[in-house]
Ligand binder design. Structure first.
Ligand SMILES: [Zn+2]
Length: 128
């Protein structure tokens, strides 16, 4: 390793909403999408306590994942109300595959470590 080369140069916005990470997009794999901004995403995650219980397959490196639509509706129903909750319930209720695809908009993860077959399904759904 040669010295003299600083590796702090990534343009990460330290003054920005770093602690909030980014927003989250929920896709149904066809045409519908609900996008939460970072504030909304954060408050939703606090209210529902995370999505681990309704996750079908997830990237180990970021928050992108496949959610079970029916379980997500139950989770949202059981949680305190969120302003965007009704939209998410509607999206989940009408999801054609019974899966929703969550995209971590605040991550530049390349999902290299998401080796589960779920990754192919997720990738197909979000790269349309
Ligand atoms: Zn990832």
């Amino acid at each position: 390793m040669s010295a003299g080369r600083e590796h702090y140069g990534e343009p990460v916005a330290l003054a920005g909403p770093q602690a909030l990470h980014g927003g989250l997009s929920f896709l149904d794999g066809e045409k519908s999408e609900v996008v939460l901004d970072p504030e909304e995403a954060k408050s939703l995650l606090v209210l529902v306590g995370g999505f681990d219980r309704v996750t079908v397959s997830a990237c180990p490196g970021c928050r992108s994942r496949i959610l079970a639509a029916v379980a997500l509706v139950d989770l949202l129903d059981a949680a305190p109300p969120h302003p965007r909750g009704p939209e998410l319930v509607e999206l989940a209720d009408e999801a054609p595959t019974l899966h929703l695809y969550l995209v971590d908009e605040g991550s530049d993860c390349t999902h290299d470590r998401w080796l589960d077959p779920g990754f192919d399904e997720w990738s197909d759904a979000v790269n349309d």
